[in-house]
Write a protein that binds this ligand. Structure first.
Ligand code: PMP
Ligand code: GLN
Length: 388
């Protein structure tokens, strides 16, 4: 195999989901809901499948989905984007991230990203030839260390890869943090690639603020999201990016040769979903918040130290109060030991900066997904009692 993928191994999500399936464990590892999204959205996809929308979509996405994405950005954030030149549909947010990095970053360019980071970031930065500059969010509150961010910028830095709400920590960037990032990006003329797939999952009344809404940022930000998270159709892999035409064009320059276009019949269905009434979005957030509370309380009862997330589908815990210290070992044995699967934070820290697990800040941290039905969460908590 090539040096481009050297050391990347197998994604932790595949490893843990295979282990969960083999052992019959309750899977709180990989983040996917155990309930499908709205039936009427499925019906739209069925209509499209039966209605002959089965050939290639335009490379940028079907017009009604691009229009719906633009309308969504305007409705929720007041962001105005041209559906013809400033919106592109991708095969999940994953392809948007991949094609953005391939289309915007030269080998040797430095890219700053918030660590712990979603595992495809490491892989795609490596494949694009970029030099990774992680800035670490640390327990217990996972705030952005602004001075460290500023210190990470060098003359070779070209982009910041952001993620808010943040997977795996569950933190949501605050207005003053976004302002600080914006000031740095403007001062050094950096592009910001902002992964906002959990934009509709912020809790306790917090609001998601796209960094593109800050002064001077719309012209330098590519904002990425996905129908998978917001509408519970993770398997459809319909994502998108919005931003100035020059950034969208550069991303499309790569995307056209990766997949050319993304699944035609699913696009009109996601377009319909994006137009849902406000109640859909508020109910969705409320349901996930209640599941968050249930799982946080259960994990606390089990004896773990719980860092209550401000957003996303995930809660992070420290396993040391139960006498464990290595999250990777813990997660590899948890399905056999307790019949539950979870994800170790360790794998979300930069392999170059933390080559040994001893100096990995994520070593004692474990991530649990709460995008599961209350009875499933109950069952997981009951099973975890054997740890106490
Ligand atoms: N970014 C983050 C932060 C995620 O958690 C995920 C989860 N799947 C993705 C991107 C990928 O999204 P998609 O499934 O739409 O490719
Ligand atoms: N984003 C989800 C997670 O973090 C799913 C990831 C995946 O399967 N690649 O769990």
């Amino acid at each position: 195999s090539s040096s481009r993928i050297a050391g990347l191994g197998t994604t932790i999500f595949a490893e843990m989901s295979v282990l969960a399936a083999r052992t019959g464990a309750v899977n709180l590892g990989q983040g996917f809901p155990d309930t499908d999204g709205p039936t009427e959205v499925v019906e739209r996809a069925v209509e499209a499948l039966r209605g002959g929308r089965n050939q290639y979509a335009p490379g940028t996405g079907v017009p009604e989905l691009r229009a719906a994405i633009a309308a969504h950005q305007q409705r929720f954030y007041g962001l105005v984007v041209d559906p013809d030149t400033e919106v592109a549909v991708t095969t999940g947010a994953t392809e948007a991230i991949a094609s953005a990095l391939l289309g915007l970053v030269d080998p040797g360019d430095e890219v700053i990203a918030l660590e712990p980071y979603y595992d495809s970031y490491v892989a795609m930065l490596q494949m694009s030839g970029a030099v990774r500059r992680p800035v670490t969010l640390r327990a217990p509150d996972f705030r952005l260390p602004i001075d460290e961010l500023r210190a990470a910028v060098t003359p070779r830095t070209t982009a910041i890869l952001l993620n808010t709400p943040h997977n795996p920590t569950g933190s949501v960037l605050r207005p003053e943090e976004l302002k600080a990032i914006a000031a740095i990006a403007i001062e050094h003329d950096l592009v910001v690639i902002s992964d906002e797939v959990y934009e509709h999952l912020t809790f306790d009344g917090r609001r998601h603020v796209p960094i593109a809404t800050l002064p001077g940022m719309a012209e330098r930000t590519l904002t990425i999201s996905s129908g998978g998270k917001t509408f519970s159709f993770t398997g459809w892999k319909i994502g998108w990016a919005t931003g100035p035409a020059r950034l969208v064009q550069a991303m499309l320059g790569a995307k056209q040769f990766l997949t050319y276009t993304s699944g035609s019949p699913l696009q009109p269905a996601i377009a319909h979903a994006l137009g849902a009434e406000d109640a859909y979005f508020t109910d969705f957030t409320a349901r996930l918040q209640s599941q968050r509370d249930q799982l946080c309380e259960g994990l606390r009862e089990v004896g773990l130290e719980v860092y209550v997330p401000e957003g996303t589908y995930f809660v992070t815990t420290d396993i040391r109060p139960l006498g464990f210290d290595d999250g990777l070992d813990f997660c590899r044995s948890l399905p056999e030991r307790a019949g539950v699967a979870a994800i170790p934070h360790q794998v979300f820290y930069d392999p170059d900066t933390h080559s040994s697990s001893r100096d990995n800040p994520g070593r004692p941290l474990v991530r649990w997904a709460f995008c599961k039905r209350p009875e499933v969460l109950r069952e997981a908590i009951d099973r975890l009692a054997v740890l106490g």
